[in-house]
Design a protein around this ligand. Structure first.
Ligand code: MG
Length: 385
């Protein structure tokens, strides 16, 4: 397997989509385009380094867009695309990658299959592997004043990611530094590298206009995914004067024993969210052995799980919590609990349900030894293509 770097050029300041934020930082189905363009490569074997080239004037937008992603320190773009790519290659050269995939920040929908074709061509000995598509529309020009039809014979459209043997493309960029080119295949052409075409994809759209954005949104809507997660928790009653349940403090003649505030409702809900995104359980994120969490307000556990969910592009569709105890009576506090959970999760209260039941005197909850909680959540993941 080739030790591969991913280089994404995000230095552009194009605002043709409207607004004053460059297009790569604008949200596509809720997630910045650049973040999607990076995450398109998540889980591809062999990619060891991710280098982004950014416009220094958009540092704040960049940082927000890539929160939580494992990237090399970004490098500043140059005056032209070619300069920007060269800055990125130069920064990567210290790591000595064997191959580099150079990708546009505005192509968020490159599929794993496409990326795999590019890498396979390099592994099979090509110096350069370029996704190409035929031209289907009839081409016209009126350059010179008169309309003419241009033969599309032999014409192809180049996409990214374009893959290269690192040393070969780095040397080409140094040797042809005076040439202005619009992609890196042009450098490979100048240097006479061995170019292997691979099949491009119509879905691998370069987002330039509002129409492109709408097209990408329709593709992502088709890839929308729903997930569920469940959680369970129980805590023991000990002498005391209040309990915390679903983020609400309730006067009671006992308290719940636990390392944190022992809010079994929020713990079950936190575990349900972690479960839906395959992120382990609450004990892994907040070990009871860590004194930092002694007496902790469990709202922060739920906030953490929600932050992880959002990083993965997820939205909480609904949460349904059942509290199981004889006492305290939950009914009088239900609305406050619902409002508090909605607040912590930044979700509309209509999507939050708090229910309560007894076990008719049976079992540990029936005998009043402790309290249990169950939660189930539905998560919408937008466009995990
Ligand atoms: Mg617990």
């Amino acid at each position: 397997m080739l030790r591969t770097a991913l280089l994404i050029v995000a230095g552009g300041s194009g605002t043709r989509l409207g607004g004053d934020v460059p297009k790569q930082y604008q949200p596509l189905a809720g997630i910045p385009i650049l973040r999607r363009s990076i995450q398109a490569f998540a889980g591809i074997p062999g990619i060891e380094w991710i280098q982004i080239v950014v416009g220094p004037e958009h540092e704040a937008q960049f940082r927000e867009a890539v929160t939580g992603l494992k990237l090399l320190t970004p490098v500043a773009g140059g005056d032209t695309r070619r300069h920007s790519v060269f800055h990125g290659l130069h920064a990567l050269s210290v790591h000595k990658p064997e191959a580099v995939l150079i990708h546009d920040a505005a192509r968020p929908l490159a599929s794993h299959a496409l990326i795999a074709r590019v890498i396979a061509a390099l592994e099979n000995g090509a110096d350069a592997a370029i996704p190409l598509l035929p031209v289907a529309d009839t081409l016209k020009t009126n350059a010179g004043g008169d309309w003419k039809t241009v033969s599309r014979e032999g014409l192809l459209r180049a996409q990214t990611p374009q893959g290269f043997r690192f040393e070969a493309i780095f040397a080409a960029h140094q040797r042809f530094a005076q040439e202005e080119v619009t992609d890196d295949m042009a450098m490979a052409e100048l240097a006479g590298l061995k170019i292997e075409p691979v099949a491009g994809e119509e879905e691998n759209v370069k987002i330039t206009t509002r129409d492109d954005m709408a097209f990408a949104e329709r593709l992502l809507a088709g890839a929308r995914e729903f997930r569920t997660g469940m959680g369970f928790d129980a805590h023991r009653f000990v002498p005391g004067d209040h309990v915390w349940l679903c983020g609400v403090k309730i006067a009671h003649d006992k308290t719940l024993e636990g390392h944190s505030d022992a809010d079994a409702g929020l713990h079950a809900l936190t575990d349900a969210i972690l479960g839906a995104i395959g992120a382990g359980d609450i004990g892994q994120h907040f070990p009871p052995s860590d004194p930092k969490w002694r007496g902790a307000n469990s709202a922060q556990f739920l906030e953490h799980a929600m932050a992880l969910l959002r990083l993965k592009g997820g939205t909480l569709t609904n949460a349904d919590v059942t509290l199981i105890c004889e006492r305290p009576k939950i009914g009088p506090h239900r609305d406050a609990m619902r409002a508090r959970v909605a607040e912590i999760t930044a979700t509309d209260p209509s999507r939050i349900s708090i229910k309560a039941t007894t076990t008719e005197g049976m079992g540990f909850t029936g005998r009043g030894e402790g309290l249990a909680a169950q939660a189930i959540v539905t998560i919408r993941m937008d466009g995990t293509r």
